[in-house]
Design a protein around this ligand. Sequence first.
Ligand code: PXG
Length: 445
Amino acid sequence: MNDPRQLAQGLDLEAFWMPITPNRAFKAAPRLVVAAQDMHYTTAEGRQVIDAMATLWCVNAGHCRPRIAEAIASQARTLDYVSSYSLGHPLAFEAARRVAELAPEGLDHVFFVNSGSEAVDTALKIALAYHRLRGEATRTRFVGRERGFHGANFGGMSVGGVQAYRKAFAAGLLPQVDHLAHTQDLAARAFVRGQPETGADLADELERRIIPLHDAINIAAVIVEPVAGAGGVLIPPRGYLERLRAICDRHGILLIFDEVITGFGRLGRPFAAEYFGVRPDLITFAKGITSGAVPMGGVIARKEIYRTFIEAAGGGVEFFHGYTYSGHPLAAAAALGALDTYAEERLFERANELADYFADGVHAMRGLPNVIDCRNLQLIGAVELAPRPGAPGARALEVHNRAWERGVFVRPIGDVIAFCPPLIVEKRHLDVVFGVVADAIREVA
Ligand code: PXG
């Protein structure tokens, strides 16, 4: 029996150890989704729920889009799998070319992986190996940022700065990591529309504290999300990313933008690097590359970095790194289907066109009970609630639960409610999303 609607009845939930989920609570009151189309999920009870989070910052083209579904189905019948280890298939090369074409000038080589976590660990390994090949093998330290999130693997966890994802694994954290301060300061910068005008000087900590402490010749790379997501949706102050770039340039340090969330149109451009006008040395991506339909991620590298590897190896394997499924045919097909959908429907432009309406909806929640900040950039938004004394996160979780019951899916991150709709969203969906969430905020006061 594989009709999910029938299967949902009497389903045994025990065997599946669910990720980043309170398993006991979920299994006591399961929330099962059996189908999705465009902006909506269908639940096992047959309810329609608006997906206002692109599920997990992924589904930028909307759900079950025909071009993506057909590309995957047809590829599954033609060539299910071939590895990219000394073999190849056309779609992976074409997908890489298309991604490179969308990336900022000079970033034109793409290493495929299967997730954002793998993309981050791959970028960190590229940075280490690159410096070593150039005779600067002392460059082994990484700099991340408080409240940064770079995935669940050991490298990404170590440069990440969200305590919950680190504390149980302290023994396995990479030792040579420092963290910049995060950029949030509600006393100075609450209820800002778009990028805050103050706070660029927070980037100076890199040159004032971190480089003198460790010495630049020991630092391989700085990694940041251009807009921090899982750490609570933090919009970079105007000029902040530019300063990080300038400091890295002065000291020979690579700058990595983790664009797992911001890539593929979230800010109305293919990548946040273009939106902010700052060119990193490496970009990590995942999620939106296939609009969530098949797992895929990757790293885009500057031409000089790729050439350093290729020219140093003397004909053998240049980089002993990769995954069985790097460039998997189904993922490559899904990526091409997603990129075609983005282009044909001008979805990145739609993010620009809708940004003001979206911002109005986010900021309309100012003044509701316990709302201490509203923030937005293009089609990313957040409303932050004051934590209930002794129960951090409880308020946002209750808002999320009530919204779900009324047909809207948003994500609670601590006491932040995050909004990240598919780029196909229409004003009428946004009206429902913000209306339902506002009602829920009033009720849980
Ligand atoms: N980098 C960033 C910036 C991410 O947001 C990853 C890396 C890891 O990607 P994978 O595909 O390995 O999961 C992510 C993932 C949240 C939340 O609370 C966000 C993510 C994961 C878990 C929770 O918003 N993003």
